[in-house]
Write a protein that binds this ligand. Structure first.
Ligand code: GLC
Length: 504
């Protein structure tokens, strides 16, 4: 790949050349007539690059839609250097164009590959994306402005104009904004409809208004579209510009109309309420399947949970916990940040550890939480195992080897872990918020509590630990959890009707 790639221009390149004059190889994509064309625009997607739930949703929803054979589904993401070589080797180089944004004129290489019926495009610019990780740089605004602009600029190059451009989170918000402010006046772009999905309203893409023209290339006349509380707010801009917007559970769609959950955007959400839908995410139920998963110590099924005992035994051995089958393991696989409910946990965990339980933590996050769990595991080495890493192999061993899964989030747009836990017969204890409320029903497939209160959580957790002793009833509960349908089949249909509704 290296020898086909041209060197990247720097941010200061000022040449006026705008034509798509780069080299162009023939596009290997089969043009699928009569199918509705859906283009996902996102900052990450499985299996190529993932830092969280967003990637899982983009990867698995696009796959589910393609499987219906009714849609030509394509996904565009940046070509980060963290995308592994084994994937890069499968990519073909389609060519390059130059993307104009304010005074910049930047190289944009286009790579592609087809996976599970979905065509993926990767936007290459080493200046912006040849860095470790996906986010957290001082120039993220510029990086994702370039990415979003590239999405619109590669359309003529690919001769692909989607019916629906489905943009995810603030990093793709500008694609919806540019479509409305610059591109929809051109013939080929006029029928593209934009859907904007909010995976987490906390991250809105806020910048100083001074950057409007210079960085984002938005005309002064359009300032009101992106301006909010004296700043540029890209999420707000996308909500204003899109045909429809959605979020990842019906409950969260209601919650973000309120100040408590909206991170300041509730007036905008309420004003645009007529465009809003909440669709619960699914999970990839082939990947998360206790019968087939090769990462776990033993396979088992909802009919026969025998293998789960082995998973537990080996997990305890691996983590240095006493191998006692009767002691319930309560696990958390989570980013260690406050809105995941860590304040509640740190408040009462010592009290909880006095009973006959084992606790397993997996995840990274705020250093004070990381430190808290490290110290606690030194104090209670036989009761608490703190794994301050992100490790997807270990996460599956924990999902399968534990008995109860704790997810006490303060807010949770959807949450995937509670569904994954269910798939492995591990019973979730969740707070009734967002997608946790929509997916976990008390005594049907888990336990819930309403108020964001440490002792309310502790009370329900103790109830679960107590019920665990009743093997017969607990097995029935495990069976119900394990067989709850969290596949994309249902949710993908809801997206289909949303798309069709937009295209009317
Ligand atoms: C974000 C949300 C999470 C959701 C995921 C996928 O990470 O915080 O709740 O499940 O996006 O939509």
């Amino acid at each position: 790949m290296a020898n086909t790639k041209k060197s990247t221009t720097t941010a200061k390149t000022t040449t006026k050349k705008r034509s798509n004059a780069g080299s162009k190889k023939s596009n290997p994509i089969v043009i699928t007539e009569n199918k509705k064309k859906i283009l996902f625009v996102a900052s990450e997607s499985t299996p190529f690059i993932a830092t969280g739930g967003l990637a899982e949703v983009v990867g698995s929803l696009s796959k589910a839609l393609a499987a219906t054979e009714k849609y030509d589904v394509r996904v565009v993401v940046p070509l980060y250097s963290d995308i592994k070589k084994e994937f890069r080797e499968q990519f073909s180089y389609l060519g390059n164009i130059y993307v104009h944004l304010a005074w910049r004129n930047q190289y944009c290489g286009i790579f592609s590959c087809v996976k599970d019926g979905v065509t993926f495009y990767f936007i290459d610019n080493e200046f912006y994306f040849k860095r470790p990780g996906c986010y957290g740089y001082y120039d993220d605004g510029e990086r994702f402005a370039f990415f979003s602009r590239s999405v619109l600029e590669i359309m003529p190059f690919l001769n692909f104009y989607p019916d629906v451009m489905h943009c995810h989170d603030w990093q793709a918000a500008l694609a919806a904004i540019y479509l409305k402010t610059n591109y929809c006046f051109r013939e080929e772009y006029q029928f593209i409809r934009a859907l904007f999905t909010i995976h987490n309203i906390e991250y809105q893409g806020q910048y100083s208004l001074d950057l409007l023209g210079d960085l984002f290339d938005i005309y002064g006349a359009y300032q009101h579209i992106v301006e909010y509380k004296s700043c540029i707010n890209l999420m707000k801009g996308a909500i204003e510009c899109c045909e429809k917007f959605s979020t990842v559970s019906p409950r969260y769609a209601e919650e973000i109309k309120c100040e408590y959950y909206s991170h300041g955007l509730d007036p905008i959400i309420r004003r645009n309420e007529f465009k809003l839908t909440g669709i619960l995410n699914g999970i990839d139920d082939v990947s998360y399947n206790c019968e087939l998963d090769t990462h776990i110590f033993a396979n088992y099924s909802a009919k026969d949970f025998e293998g789960k005992k082995e998973c537990k035994k080996q997990l305890q051995a691996m983590l240095g916990l006493p191998q006692i089958p009767e002691t319930p393991i309560i696990s958390m696989v989570s980013r260690l940040v406050s809105h995941k409910g860590l304040d509640l946990v740190t408040n009462v965990i010592e009290e909880f550890l006095q009973s006959d339980v084992q606790v397993v933590i997996l995840g990274t996050g705020d250093s004070h939480f990381e430190e808290f769990f490290r110290k606690l595991s030194e104090k209670y080495p036989n009761k608490l195992s703190a794994n301050i890493v992100f490790n997807s192999d270990l996460s599956r061993k924990i999902y399968s080897g534990s008995d109860i899964f704790l997810m006490p989030s303060k807010s949770e747009p959807c949450g995937l872990s509670q569904m994954i836990a269910c798939r492995y017969g591990t019973i979730p204890v969740v707070r009734e918020t967002g997608g946790l409320f929509d997916s976990i029903k008390p005594l049907q497939n888990g336990y819930t509590f309403t108020n964001y209160n440490a002792h309310d959580m502790l009370f329900v957790l103790r109830q679960a630990v107590n019920d665990y002793k009743n093997k017969e009833e607990w097995t029935k509960l495990m069976r119900r959890a394990c067989t709850t349908d969290f596949s994309w089949a249902h949710s993908a249909k809801e997206y289909e009707s949303l798309y069709l509704n937009m295209l009317k």
